[in-house]
Design a protein around this ligand. Structure first.
Ligand code: NAD
Length: 498
């Protein structure tokens, strides 16, 4: 059986803790690999390698760093198929979706290739007589990244290309569910000419995470995952003096107004709800049908949901794959069962869905639950599966009030043909990423990505300008170069601008 170890100091290393966990092919339900779980000493070895690499890498010229980034960009681009295949096999998402994930990660690499421009500072001539002032940004040191299972290539790429371009060194702790893509990314960094120790991977579970959070040699931590763990990571990392950003879970609503094109809205809601089996932090998991939009919308959603081709990720015909584990499957089915008991109507039922030839795969079919109320568990919790709840609201303002009462604030979308309604919606909704007739409004790499409320702990979002800000700290220099023997004696008043 394949064994996945770690990547430390520019090379693969075997795990020595004696602890490990299984990796599955979610489409067959079979174990395909065993991944090593790092102990604190293995995390320490990675942090030490990153510490040793920091001085030379942060001191490398911008041209030298950019050269590596461009080479990495070319290599990732040349390996889209391989990366997509590796991640699809362990995550289960369909291959076309996996290619799209790598593409979105690549866009962050391309953003990071512009680092000379992004790190430009400010300069003020003659702020006082003979005195100039300038500011620039310097890297933090060793930074850690802790990432979820649902985007094993893209989410780490929200972090490491930007952190490394800024001159930091990086220790990634990927999800233990689908670790292999990160090992391939490490190989590509090495092939691109990144010096040993600048990018490291430690695989593992809570033990490795805690070791990173507590390590005095780690200056900052970026986390993406579920809200309870995001809260925990943020508080533990900041308690030990680290800079931290922790992106959490989501409950994303799509609001459909009566003036929307129902067919257009339904196509996009279904794609956003069931794409990647609903395992996206920007997936639409709740649709709010406003006024008379409701009944017609549910009918069209059900027809479109039922037509989705569900199958193994590697089958080019599949539009939706399995969920990540057997436990996730059972958990999702439990939510559907209890929603029915609570009085909701299961309009499209994916509970007993089976794929011929893949009977042991972790499949749940597209499921639409109508007449959901805000008090129901199926609405309150993040389910992270192919389950779409439909709620009803009398007006657009009622829909906004519903969204604003939800603890999460990652993404939302409005479907309408009214510019006035769209403007009122995006100004009034307490959510970080808003789509107008766009179901999954993921910002491009040159904007920053992040939600509000329980979807983000810490005040800086990932990539874009806030990513640069997160991975650097600003310095302001006040400088005077007096002519030789120009001293006019000591002055004891507070310096002013004369
Ligand atoms: P998760 O929180 O279970 O795991 C995320 C990471 O934390 C993994 O590396 C895992 O090993 C580690 N971890 C898990 N339990 C831990 C513990 N008790 N102590 C320390 N570390 C622990 O999340 P997941 O199931 O891998 O991913 C799905 C979640 O991620 C969903 O909630 C989804 O919304 C969220 N997510 C959010 C975004 C975003 O941008 N906000 C993006 C992608 C995923």
């Amino acid at each position: 059986m394949k064994v996945v170890g770690h990547w430390t100091g520019g090379k693969p290393v075997e795990g020595i803790s004696g602890r490990s966990g299984p990796v599955f092919d979610p489409a067959s339900g079979e174990q395909t690999a065993e991944v090593a779980f790092a102990g604190a000493d293995e995390v320490d070895a990675a942090v030490r390698a990153a510490t040793d690499a920091f001085d030379p890498w942060s001191g490398a010229s911008l041209s030298a760093r950019t050269k590596v980034l461009f080479a990495f960009r070319e290599l990732v681009n040349a390996h889209v198929e391989k990366l997509a295949a590796v991640l699809s096999d362990e995550h289960g998402k369909v291959i076309s979706d996996a290619r799209g994930e790598v593409q979105r990660g690549l866009e962050v690499v391309e953003f990071a290739c512009g680092i000379p421009q992004l790190l430009k500072g400010e300069y003020s001539d003659q702020v006082s007589t003979g005195v100039d002032m300038f500011s620039y940004r310097q890297p933090l040191g060793v930074v850690g990244g802790i990432t979820p299972f649902n985007f094993p290539v893209m989410v780490p790429m929200w972090m490491h290309p930007v952190a490394i371009a800024c001159g930091n060194t990086f220790v990634l702790k990927p999800s233990e569910r689908d670790p292999s893509a990160s090992m391939l990314v490490a190989e590509l960094w090495a092939e691109a000419g990144l010096p040993d120790g600048v990018f490291n991977v430690v695989n593992g579970d809570k033990v490795a995470v805690d070791a990173l959070l507590d390590h005095p040699g780690v200056a900052a931590v970026s986390f993406v995952g579920s809200t309870p763990i995001a809260k925990y990571v943020y508080s533990r990392a900041t308690a030990s003096g680290k800079r931290a950003q922790a992106l959490g879970g989501a409950k994303n609503h799509a609001v459909v107004l009566p003036d929307a094109d129902v067919d257009f809205a339904a196509d996009h809601v279904v794609a956003a709800a069931f794409g990647s089996a609903g395992e996206r932090c920007m997936a639409i998991s709740a649709t709010v049908a406003v006024g008379e939009a409701a009944d017609a919308l549910v009918e069209v959603l059900r027809d479109k949901g039922a037509a989705i081709r569900v199958g193994p990720g590697r089958d080019e015909q599949s539009e939706m794959g399995p969920v990540i584990t057997r436990h996730a499957r059972d958990r999702i089915v439990g939510y559907i069962d209890r929603s029915e008991e609570a009085g909701a109507h299961v309009a499209l039922d994916g509970r007993s869905f089976r794929v011929a030839g893949h009977e042991n795969g972790f499949f749940v079919g597209p499921t639409i639950i109508d007449r959901v109320t805000p008090a129901m568990e199926v609405y309150r919790d993040e389910i992270f599966g192919p389950v779409l709840s439909v709620l009803r609201a009398g007006t657009a303002d009622e829909a906004v009030a519903l969204i604003n009462a939800n603890p999460y604030g990652n993404g939302t979308a409005l479907f309408t043909s009214s510019g006035e309604a769209a403007r009122r919606f995006h100004r009034g909704v307490n959510v970080g990423m808003v789509g107008i007739n766009v179901p999954i409004p993921v910002p491009m790499a040159y904007y920053s990505f992040g939600g509000w409320k329980d979807s983000l702990f810490g005040e800086r979002r990932v990539h874009g300008p806030e990513g640069i800000s997160f991975y650097t700290r600003a310095k302001v220099v006040t400088s005077r170069w007096p002519a030789p023997r120009a001293s006019t004696g000591a002055s004891y008043h507070f310096p002013t601008t004369s």
